[in-house]
Design a protein around this ligand. Structure first.
Ligand code: ADP
Ligand code: MG
Length: 723
């Protein structure tokens, strides 16, 4: 066989059927793809799978011992049914085979093996129907769908080793075929050079790449596994950090116009008329931004701050500093509602005089051609110093006179490439990304590692607290009744109410992406709840309206405007009210079927109240079982108002991929081994070493392999930008 490299196509190494199966099942094309398919776990021969923990309806590979075998002729259907009971010593699972009576010859009681299939229940018993299997013997096993040669190899392999890796597999390609394919590849792969310089490896105390690769797939001992995984995990962290640090350095090395603070300008005027005192955090962060904007090197910061911590004011003050230098700023928001809301609050904060001078302007996808044309002219002429908009801003037609600062609200809703698109509209403009979802430092370093994090921890002092309660509507029906009474009382007292529902129309299907553990039933919908409230005698006279993402833009705007103006008392809405909506007079939020939402989402929603002078209350209604994760989520939100603590709980319940989402930058789309929440030390060390390496050797001449990788990443990023 030819000498293999990581880039070699799998078709040249493996049998055509196997290569194709790997392609179909996992989209693996190359040797490298396959080698990064890491074992999910390992079993020792003789070590049995705990059958009591098997997940239903999932594809599993189990190790067990055959207990007994029973054959039945099926008189009505014809044919035969073979039931093979397998045990781990504590539980049982039955393998069923139709018309494969010959298997009786090899599936004899006492034999051990691996069995792979989807876990079902039949009459209360666990079953694998027509599973693939591999018995721990020398005999040839010819299981359906797997080529015989691979089986033989795999079998020999399983026997030659004490520890057998178990891979994520599918019905078409069982774990042991993957193991044997990987063995074939590793047998022909020459020793792989290590891209990471020896001194970095030594400091991190990790083994060489080649040893790690072989150790993770074909370990001889537990310590092999540990060492291999630690090495691969560090590599993942290091390569990711290297690309992030390199990107940050590249940005910092670019030239941009300095926007120094001036006295007697817009910013001074603004500060002089501000109706409140800035919090200490706002002052500190403000000073950091002031200094950064005054440099010729583009700022790249992530401002994280609790809902209501006053990020907008901080961002606006930075914009004013840029405007004092004749530069323009753009504020990007994820939804039209939010963009519109931002325009309103910017205008309000600026007051008439400054608004006249700075001409804040809105750009969204739903503007009429004439409106858009006028707005674009304001922007390209440089007359408007503050431009607020949605995705519509990415359009080529949006051109600036002198874009000095990009502010991105709710930045996790946008990708790195979109951020780049905006950057191209100025000469290396400064960047301020904002997020109200507090993120732990490890996550920030991983997902937004090219940005420096600044934080607003305090809320403005005048905020009355929000009281929150989880209400179990079946166990405490009287509290449910009380919740709706309370809402009405507040309305009578002149306040306003949000009611948030998980769905728009009745009887919507559960969406498959909704939070796991949610109660399975049709979701409560905006229109059903609206109808229900309108028919209540005690709500007669209450002005009720709805807001959902499906409404026409003009209608959305009308509703938001009327709610903001106090012309609507009670707003039944979906999560469109989640971010940024600012109506200080709203003091009650009732979240219907709160268990349908994630922890951070609930916290965000709750942030819509408690924004004014009146005490507020958030009622989280749920029917979730008190022992369920769903109830725990709801209760966690009710019990704490610390967004940072809630973010951690949220992370524990989700996969990293969801967290990093589109915002994840760097080389890899998915992390294989690195767990951002738990591998803090690895991440911090990788970060420090990446910085050290780039500081000592900015061109990476001592690490050509790493440089090549960075160039590929950069080229990919550039490719995205152009589209
Ligand atoms: P968020 O961080 O959620 O975006 P906002 O910037 O929307 O928060 O601020 C929420 C509200 O608090 C706004 O009405 C804003 O004007 C007000 N606010 C901001 N800073 C202060 C402060 N230092 N003192 C009092 N109110 C403030
Ligand atoms: Mg905001």
């Amino acid at each position: 066989m030819e000498t293999l490299a990581l880039e070699t196509s799998l078709h040249r190494v493996l049998g055509g059927a196997t290569a194709q199966a790997l392609q179909r099942a996992f989209e693996y094309e190359t040797v490298k793809d396959l080698l990064w398919h890491l074992p999910r776990r390992y079993v020792r021969r003789g070590e049995l799978t705990a059958l009591c923990d098997l997940p239903l309806n999932e594809h599993v590979t189990i190790t067990g011992q055959i207990l007994d075998v029973q054959r039945r002729e099926m008189t009505r259907r014809g044919g035969s049914l073979l039931n093979v009971r397998v045990t781990d010593g504590t539980g049982f699972i039955t393998l069923t085979f139709f018309n494969q009576a010959w298997r009786e010859g090899e599936l004899v009681p006492g034999r051990q093996g691996q069995f792979a299939g989807k876990v079902k229940t039949y009459q209360g018993q666990l079953q694998l129907q027509n599973p693939d299997y591999q018995l721990f013997t020398q005999e040839q096993v010819s299981a359906s769908g797997v080529d015989a040669q691979a089986m033989q190899r795999a079998e020999a392999l399983a026997f030659s080793r004490v520890i057998t890796p178990v891979y994520a597999a599918t019905a078409k390609i069982p774990s042991w075929v993957i193991a044997s394919s990987i063995k074939t590849v590793l047998d022909h792969l020459p020793v792989q050079p290590d891209k990471i310089p020896a001194w970095v490896r030594k400091t991190a105390a990790v083994c060489e790449f080649d040893a790690a690769l072989r150790g993770v797939h074909m370990p001889q001992s537990q310590s092999d596994i540990k060492r291999a995984r630690a090495s691969l995990r560090f590599r993942e962290a290091f390569e990711l950090q290297l690309s992030l640090v390199a990107r940050a350095r590249n940005t910092a090395a670019q030239f941009t116009d300095a926007r120094k603070a001036v006295s007697g300008g817009y910013l001074s005027a603004f500060d002089a008329q501000l109706p409140f005192q800035l919090t200490a955090d706002q002052v500190t962060v403000g000073e950091k931004l002031q200094t950064a904007l005054a440099l010729n090197s583009p700022m790249a910061k992530l401002l994280q701050g609790e809902v209501g911590s006053g990020k907008t004011v901080v961002a606006l003050r930075a914009m004013l500093q840029v405007a004092d230098n004749d530069g323009q700023s753009v504020l990007l928001a994820p939804t039209e509602v939010l963009a519109g809301q931002h325009l309103l609050s910017v205008q309000q904060l600026l007051g008439d005089e400054l608004s006249c001078k700075l001409r804040p302007v809105l750009i969204t996808g739903s503007m009429s051609a004439a409106q858009l044309k006028a707005a674009l002219l304001e922007v390209v002429s440089g007359r408007s110093k503050i431009v607020i908009g949605t995705h519509a801003l990415f359009n080529d037609r949006v051109a600036f006179y002198d874009l000095g600062l990009i502010v991105i609200d709710e930045q996790h809703r946008f990708g790195v490439d979109q951020r780049e698109t905006l950057r191209q509209k100025g000469k290396n403009p400064h960047l301020l990304a904002m997020t109200a979802t507090p993120i732990p430092r490890t996550v920030a370093l991983t997902a937004f590692g090219e940005l420096e994090v600044v934080t607003l921890r305090q809320l403005p002092a005048n905020r009355p607290p929000i009281r929150s309660f989880a209400v179990h509507i079946q166990e405490n029906p009287e509290l449910n009744v009380r919740a709706w009474q309370k809402a009405r009382e507040e309305i009578v007292a002149g306040r306003q109410v949000y009611v948030v529902c998980p769905a728009i129309e009745g009887a919507e299907q559960d969406d498959p992406l909704s939070v796991s553990g949610a109660v399975k039933r049709p979701r409560a919908s905006v229109y059903d709840i609206e109808a229900g409230l309108k028919s209540r005698a005690d709500y007669a006279g209450v002005r009720i309206d709805v807001l959902t993402g499906q409404l026409e833009t003009a209608e959305k705007e009308r509703v938001m405007r009327e709610f903001a103006a106090g012309e609507i008392d009670l707003l039944v809405a979906t999560t469109v009210v989640e971010v940024g909506v600012n109506v200080p007079n709203a003091t009650v939020m009732i979240i219907v079927e709160a268990d349908r939402f994630g922890v951070s989402q609930l916290h965000q929603l709750r942030g819509r109240i408690g924004r004014g002078e009146h005490a507020s209350i958030c009622l989280l209604l749920t029917e979730a079982d008190r022992t369920s994760k769903a109830w725990q989520r709801v209760e966690a939100v009710a019990c704490t108002s610390d967004g940072f603590a809630l973010a951690e709980i949220d992370l524990e319940q989700r996969r990293e991929g969801d967290i990093l989402g589109t915002a994840q930058s760097g080389a890899k789309a998915t992390l294989k081994l690195l767990r951002v929440l738990f591998d803090g030390e690895v991440i911090f060390q990788a970060r420090a070493l990446a910085e050290q390496l780039l500081e000592a050797d900015p061109e990476l001449t001592t690490a050509p392999g790493l440089r090549a990788e960075l160039v590929t990443v950069a080229a990919k990023a550039a490719g995205i930008t152009k589209t």
